[in-house]
Design a protein around this ligand. Structure first.
Ligand SMILES: Cc1cc2nc3c(=O)[nH]c(=O)nc-3n(C[C@H](O)[C@H](O)[C@H](O)COP(=O)(O)O)c2cc1C
Ligand SMILES: O=C(O)C(=O)c1ccccc1
Length: 355
């Protein structure tokens, strides 16, 4: 396989159609889903010449982790529907690639098992834990304890989901929940006996409470409005993930990459800004970094790799992105991620863009 697109094709052939739709789908008309990829195609890189080096270093420093490249695994649910090894395979592949795995609260393997699988490959493997704040504080605290005990080095709180997204493919297919034999393993034996993941409107005060209860860095995932980036930093967030949830929550939102520049401007280097949504090529990674991200997350590409070929498939996806990004950096005359500056990005078309 030479591209993520080919792994996607293979995954489509292998997956149960209802599960394929669950992974591939977005909200409502899937406008944001499509725009996430399309928006990268509307942008172009302006390479610099006669200043590159052969000894490039593409590793990046992130909260609680150093990653071998500016690509991390975004949190996605239900990996056992893509491959029997599920999140164990994903965890091993991320560890082999030397990058951060953001474990989903909705994983079909518990975070402790994921961490153990990753550490068997590389004792220094880094994991973060993604969570939705739960209205019962005891539930949130139990989840944080499980993540901490597993050795997670940061928490990623997803803030774009006060309600579930309108996944119309799933409605049509009658796909509402995990089939028998699968479970959201992090949700076992919780105070109050709840097993399901609650999505409910939460507030900045809930976040304050979480921050007071843990010493782990807390990143907020799903920020699109610059004013929320400002509030997040003011409230002590340790990082921001610019994301429209892969087009699965509000459909009437901009592409993640289009929302990035203003948020990077607000952050002004005070906290790291990450981006996810629509990253399919190393050049997409380079564009995101040039527009102010320190790293990007990939969601569906990892699932396509997993469905295509388990751990090996996920490894392939991550190695393709590494190779392509390094190649792009070389062609742009860069030695490291810091050489990707905003002046390298322009809008496609005869007039170019004003950045
Ligand atoms: C099937 C699927 C499940 C997801 N599950 C979660 C989740 O449990 N928690 C979360 O914060 N984001 C979740 N996301 C969103 C991803 O973290 C990420 O924002 C998105 O997939 C990025 O876009 P991409 O798929 O184009 O790379 C999910 C996305 C997909 C496609
Ligand atoms: O499907 C999703 O995008 C998602 O975020 C999620 C949240 C809870 C349970 C399963 C998936």
């Amino acid at each position: 396989m030479t591209t993520i697109a080919e792994l996607h094709d293979r995954a489509r052939q292998r997956l149960v159609p209802e599960y394929y739709d669950y992974f591939a789908g977005g909200a409502a008309d899937e406008t944001a889903l499509a725009d996430n990829e399309r928006a990268f195609r509307r942008l172009a890189l302006m390479p610099r010449v006669l200043r590159g080096r052969a000894d490039r270093d593409i590793s990046v420093e992130l909260p609680g982790a150093r990653a071998s490249m500016p690509v991390v695994v975004a949190p996605t649910a239900f990996h056992r529907l893509a491959h029997p090894d599920g999140e164990l395979a994903t965890a091993r592949a991320a560890a082999a690639a030397g990058t951060v795995l953001i474990a989903s609260m909705a994983a079909t393997v518990g975070v402790g098992e994921m961490a153990a699988a990753a550490r068997a490959v590389d004792p220094g493997a880094a994991l973060w834990f993604q969570l939705y704040l739960q209205s019962d504080t005891r539930v949130t605290e139990t989840l944080v304890r499980r993540a901490t005990d597993a050795g997670c080095s940061a928490l990623v709180v997803t803030v774009d989901s006060p309600v579930f997204g309108r996944h119309e493919r799933d409605r049509r297919n009658g796909f509402a929940d995990l089939p028998a034999g699968f479970a959201a393993e992090n949700m076992r034996d919780l105070p109050g006996g709840r097993r399901n993941i609650e999505m409910t409107p939460m507030s900045w005060e809930h976040l304050d409470r979480l921050r007071a209860s843990t010493s782990l860095p807390v990143l907020l995932k799903g920020i699109l409005h610059p004013e929320d980036a400002h509030l997040a930093i003011e409230r002590g967030a340790d990082g921001i993930v610019v994301s429209n949830h892969g087009g699965r929550q509000l459909d009437a939102v901009p592409a993640s990459i289009d929302a990035l520049p203003r948020i990077a401007e607000v952050a002004g280097g005070r906290v790291p800004v990450l981006l996810d949504g629509g990253v399919r090529r190393g050049s997409d990674v380079a564009i995101a970094l040039a527009l102010g991200a320190v790293a990007v997350g990939v969601g569906r590409p990892v699932i396509w790799g997993l469905a295509a070929d388990g751990e090996l498939g996920v490894r392939q996806v991550l190695e393709l992105l590494r190779e392509e990004f390094d190649h792009t950096l070389a062609l742009c005359g860069g030695q490291g991620p810091a050489d990707l500056t905003r002046d390298l990005v322009t809008v496609r078309g005869p007039e170019g863009g004003k950045w």
